[in-house]
Ligand binder design. Structure first.
Ligand code: SF4
Ligand code: MG
Length: 281
């Protein structure tokens, strides 16, 4: 059996004391230990930002890539070695601003991997600028009169773009987050989790107290296979809801669609029905 110690290296995280990302690192560790995954069977690929340092803090395979580019790199790793468990990590700036083109296409492509985005509604590494997830009115160095932009509704965007696993959690909800990461790893396709993870240094507006008061759990008996229900609850809660929002288990992963396609990859292989090797494409 693996233990948390198997995933420790000798690099000490240099996140600020109280940063939410410590909790995300601990939850990922708990999840891979619970699944008894060995460090040599895991790759953690990250982009750029405070959150993206996370890959360097695991004793596992990994790459700290360029800004907004964790996903193309991670998808390449997964397609080259499909036996690896691949987890890509980003922050809300990395994933939803410079990396958004890649993020949208990863949602619809459905490569079998996990994407965890640490969402603190601000750019932390560059010392506090407005991010695509910042609240209206949030005063930062780039919005001295308060942000005028509507925050990106990322979970609705993911579902609309064709993502097959969309979840949201809060880093203090350790059990929920560990369970969701486990379910994401079990999902046969692209599994996305947006994790609220406060920046205690540059976002005093959306701190621990804010998330504790604002977030609510999904209603009892919520059907996460119901796409319309997921969009409805996101609309009703202004996106401030945690749990497994949506899962589509009928669609083939990109790898399976490719493998099943007659004569190699074909765009029409990405359909809901299983494509037989002798199917006419
Ligand atoms: Fe965390 Fe913010 Fe410090 Fe970055 S600046 S390490 S996001 S608390
Ligand atoms: Mg951020």
């Amino acid at each position: 059996m693996t233990t948390a110690n198997d995933y420790r290296n000798d690099i000490r995280p240099n996140w600020c004391p109280g940063c939410g990302h410590y909790g995300v690192q601990a939850a990922i560790t708990d999840a891979v230990v619970a699944k008894n995954i060995k460090p040599e069977d895991l790759a953690v690929i990250s982009g750029i930002g405070c959150s993206s340092r996370i890959g360097g803090y695991f004793y596992a395979y990994g790459a700290h890539t360029t800004h907004g580019r964790a996903l193309p790199y991670a998808q390449g790793v997964k397609l080259a070695n499909q036996d690896l468990n691949v987890i890509a990590c980003s922050g809300d700036g990395d994933a939803y601003a410079i990396g958004m083109g890649h993020t949208i296409h990863a949602f619809k492509r459905n490569v079998n991997m996990v994407y965890i985005v640490m969402d603190n509604h601000v750019y932390g590494l560059t010392k506090g600028q407005t991010s695509p997830r910042s609240d209206v009115g949030f005063v930062t160095k780039t919005s001295p009169h308060g942000s005028f932009e509507t925050p990106l509704s990322i979970c609705e965007t993911a579902i609309a773009a064709g993502a097959t696993f969309v979840a949201q959690s809060y880093m203090t909800n350790r059990k929920e987050l560990v369970d969701l990461i486990g379910q994401a790893m079990d999902h046969d396709g692209f599994a996305f989790i947006n994790v609220f993870s406060p920046c205690v240094t540059y976002n005093k507006r959306n701190g621990y107290d804010y998330f504790k008061d604002a977030l609510q759990a999904l209603p009892e008996g919520f059907d996460h296979h119901d796409r319309a229900a997921a969009l409805k609850v996101l609309g009703e809660t202004d996106g401030l809801v945690t749990g497994l929002l949506y899962q589509d288990t009928t669609r083939l992963s990109f790898e399976k669609a490719m493998a099943n396609a007659n004569g190699g990859p074909h765009p029409r292989a990405l359909v809901h029905d299983v494509v037989k090797p002798d199917a006419e494409l």
